[in-house]
Design a binder for this molecule. Structure first.
Ligand SMILES: O=C(O)CCC(=O)C(=O)O
Ligand SMILES: [Fe+2]
Length: 196
């Protein structure tokens, strides 16, 4: 893995994962999942919503953070079960402003991209995987370089900091049926970021 990408395999035990999923159920009831569009107007295969002061959003005007869900309601607060992982790995000096919730059904994927809609790249990006396994690919900070693949499993946590903060990364596929955490299957990824 490049630079300072840190991988914590099975950091969350079954009980912690189940508690997180219960919290996320409450979130999605208030701020339903939606399919953002790319700048070309094509709906993304991943459905998403957010919690925190900001939510990540995309449409023909491009990638950005918004203060409200598309419904107009503010995003729900980031669940404590999720914040505690940030405190453990990043510390308590600052909280994340956004926890993006990505939901992948069996066909969803995410192309190689950098996370660069934030103001200060000295804060890491923390990513939590729940549900079905996924094939994560990570490369260098320039497009087109060599990449490495890693199978992310439920309860795994990834921290992209330092040289890895701007590494290109994406999800090539998920592996349906590899986890029983989510009753209807699929994969959830939580991405915590400091925005401004
Ligand atoms: O699903 C993942 O593991 C990665 C998600 C991601 O890269 C993002 O939302 O920016
Ligand atoms: Fe990303």
């Amino acid at each position: 893995m490049p630079g300072a990408a840190e991988y914590f395999a099975a950091l969350l035990d079954d009980r912690e994962q189940a508690a997180m999923v219960a919290d996320l159920r409450t979130v999605v009831a208030r701020a339903p999942l939606f399919s953002p569009r790319t700048r070309f107007g094509k709906p993304m295969s991943v459905r998403m919503t957010s919690t925190g002061r900001y939510g990540w959003y995309s449409d023909q005007r491009g990638y950005r953070y918004e203060r409200a869900h598309p419904s107009g309601q503010p995003w729900p607060p980031i669940p404590e079960s999720v914040l505690s992982v940030w405190r453990l790995l990043v510390g308590g000096t600052r909280q994340p402003d956004c926890c993006l919730i990505n939901f992948y059904d069996g066909a969803a994927r995410m192309g190689l991209h950098q996370d660069r809609d934030e103001a200060d790249f000295s804060w890491p990006v923390l990513s939590i995987s729940l549900g079905d396994d996924a094939l994560f690919r990570i490369g260098a900070t320039t497009r087109g370089g060599p990449t490495e693949s890693l199978r992310l499993r439920s309860g795994d946590v990834l921290l992209l900091s330092g040289a890895a903060r701007l590494a290109f990364h994406g999800i090539d596929r998920t592996y349906p049926g590899t986890s029983s955490l989510l009753p209807n299957g699929g994969r959830i990824n939580l991405t915590l970021r400091v925005v401004d």
